[in-house]
Design a binder for this molecule. Sequence first.
Ligand code: CDT
Length: 310
Amino acid sequence: MSNRKLGLAVAQMGPVHLTDSRSAVVLRLVAMLQEAKARGAEMVVFPELALTTFFPRYWMDESEAQARFFEAQMPNPEVQPLFDEARKLGVGFYLGYAELAEDGRPYNTCILVNRNGEIAGRYRKIHLPGHADLKSDVPFQHLEKKYFDVGNLGFRVFESEAVKYGMCLCNDRRWPETYRVLALQSAEVVMLGYNTPSLNIHWNEPVHLRTSTHLISLQANAYQNGVWVAAAGKCGSEDGHHMIGSSVIVAPTGEIVARTLTEEDEVICVSADLSLGEHFRQHVFNFAKHRRPEHYRLIVDRVGAGEPLP
Ligand code: CDT
């Protein structure tokens, strides 16, 4: 077994309010990048939609949302200091933001930036939660289906500085297909950012389940795919709307090896032994030896649950 180590950090964010400027947010990201580097990080994971408040909770025209919350270029002058600092420190990062693509389409996107400050990978969110219509009987909206198109880049693995990274965003983390498609491309580390409201507007879910289902999803999928999972939340109360914290780094054993304590800007960092996943990938989850895809056809042939097979 090789013994490859990666300094892996998660930079959780406290709230970003409607009145906070991009430049102020980027200063916070730069400070956490510096702290992570000082603690040995080579890769730092920031949250989903890290540059703005979690705006899908608000109803507005698509054009207004795009003007206020989307980035038509990346990097752009307000975000450039983060790229510059990454290059100066020689540390990579994952960043989630609302992207207005060159063809004008809106996506919930994350990028992988390498230690030279260059974009080395891009993912556009596939499992968009929520709704597109105005719900009048709930305390806030969840309008990802209104503001974003379904991602068109698939789940891809990017090799950067000799590490194989997979990326996804928030709700994707609850779907086993996400991790399996990445693991079938030999991902070693899955990075994700999230914004998870503490209240579920769709059914009366006890608040504690919001955190436990988040952790169960990460831990089970880390183990079943032999990957490290690094999950960064934006949390606390954004203009009165609370979101869960509990940002974590999970080992391929399924164990949480670092977890945030606060609901504020907070860095957690581990030295991730990338060879740990190899044990699982070569034995219990040796895909080539043990998978039986001929019995998994329904996973791609059906979307929703249907009748038992004849
Ligand atoms: N941002 C995001 O994807 N949040 C979802 C909320 C689901 S409730 C409609 C999540 O999975 O945490």
